[in-house]
Write a protein that binds this ligand. Structure first.
Ligand code: NAD
Length: 358
């Protein structure tokens, strides 16, 4: 008689991971002295070296960190492609709490790991990582962008990301309502970090009623005190707003939230907003909610850090970032003509450029 083995919960590994999509390289990094535990994901180098920020987050487990780096690095391939940049897609995650566990030694150890990849991966800022951290990374490798302006870099990419996101929001309003005047409309900005705070500024100046949400009270206080934003304490998906602008982490557009949304537009800076990029895109389309593809409208920061490699100035980076407005409208029209989701439309155009380069 056959014996039945006890059920064993197997964590998805790299190649069999559902988020693994033909990534070129996945590198696990450990430095005992500084406590660094990081994963670098290089999704594609077809268009150029894989450039993407480093995220530091207190993941619940390694599987969560792996999934994040796989999804984020793939998103960077499409972001660079749709923005017309000669860059591939990569991203890194450091496991830990950036407020309490990040040290210079850890960032320098991370810099040495990046250096060993010989330029295949170029790093920058993301959630939990700032320009000071890039300064430490720069001490160990030249494969870094987003370094402080006083060191000859392009500085913090977040304000440019916020500006590009604002362009995407205006284009969404234009497409949805026939007019990009945001005055009097309501928006919920979720995540008042480096990007969120500048986005709040733009939206306030555009005359919007801005509601904010963050897990840290000091971040909310800044938006309230500086821009007169309103602290929103309810469930984000139930907010009675015209626009939901996710600027924290990904996957907030999912089975649970889609049913509840009262907004007409979802447009924000967070990466990987759709938990399931196919089904949740379709679900939004069915509910008549216009979704501005995240990797398209949050590309301002990438455009800005790319200036350090392509040697163009801030004015040119801003000009290119303003182009997000027209590209967003193009994507919406393309989606409508082909009767596909806006995410799918953006993906198709981005993938076509990668395929042509192959
Ligand atoms: P950040 O770390 O400065 O800010 C993130 C903020 O989100 C923090 O204030 C955090 O407290 C808050 N937050 C986390 N979980 C939350 C939750 N469940 N509800 C509400 N708030 C929550 O990061 P950032 O650089 O501002 O990036 C924000 C998002 O934009 C990320 O998804 C990032 O990947 C994406 N993005 C950033 C850039 C950039 O230039 N920094 C570029 C492209 C995309």
């Amino acid at each position: 008689m056959n014996s039945v083995s006890p059920a064993v919960e197997v964590q998805p590994l790299v190649f069999s991971n559902p988020s693994f999509k033909d990534h070129e390289q996945v590198v696990f990094c450990h430095d005992k002295e500084s406590g660094l535990k990081a994963i670098i994901g290089v999704h594609s180098t077809v268009l150029g070296p894989a450039l993407g920020g480093t995220r530091m987050w207190a993941y619940n487990n390694e599987a969560e960190a792996l999934r994040d780096v796989l999804r984020l690095s793939r998103g960077m391939t499409f972001k660079a492609s749709i923005s017309g940049l000669n860059l591939g897609g990569g991203k890194a995650v450091i496991i830990g709490d950036s407020r309490t566990q990040k040290t210079e030694a850890m960032m320098r150890a991370f810099g040495r790991m990046v250096d060993r990849l010989g330029g295949n991966y170029i790093t920058a800022e993301d959630v939990g990582i700032g320009t000071k951290d890039m300064e430490y990374v720069k001490a160990e490798t030249n494969h870094v962008t987003g370094i402080p302006i006083e060191m000859g870099g392009s500085g913090d990419p977040s304000p440019v990301t916020a500006y590009g996101t604002y362009m995407g929001i205006k284009a969404s309003a234009k497409y949805k309502w026939g007019n990009d005047n945001l005055s009097g409309k309501k928006v919920l900005v979720q995540g008042i970090g480096n990007v969120g705070i500048t986005l709040v500024k733009h939206l306030t100046e555009a005359g919007m009623e801005v509601f904010v949400q963050d897990i840290h009270q000091d971040r909310i206080a800044e938006a309230v005190n500086m821009y007169g934003a309103k602290d929103y304490t309810g469930e984000f998906a139930e907010a009675d707003v015209d626009i939901y602008a996710p600027c924290a982490l990904g996957a907030t557009v999912n089975d649970e939230s889609i049913e509840k949304f009262k907004c007409s537009i979802i447009a924000g800076a967070a990466n990987n907003q759709l938990k399931d990029e196919v089904n949740h895109g379709i679900a939004l389309q069915k509910r008549g909610i216009l979704y501005a593809p995240d990797f398209l409208i949050n590309a301002g920061g990438l455009i800005n850090v790319y200036s350090e490699i392509a040697k163009y100035d801030r004015a040119e980076a801003i000009r290119r970032t303003e182009g997000i407005y027209d590209t967003t409208l193009e994507i919406f029209r393309h989606a409508e003509t082909k009767d596909i989701t806006t995410h799918q439309a953006a993906l198709e155009i981005a993938q076509a450029r990668v395929d042509a380069a192959k």
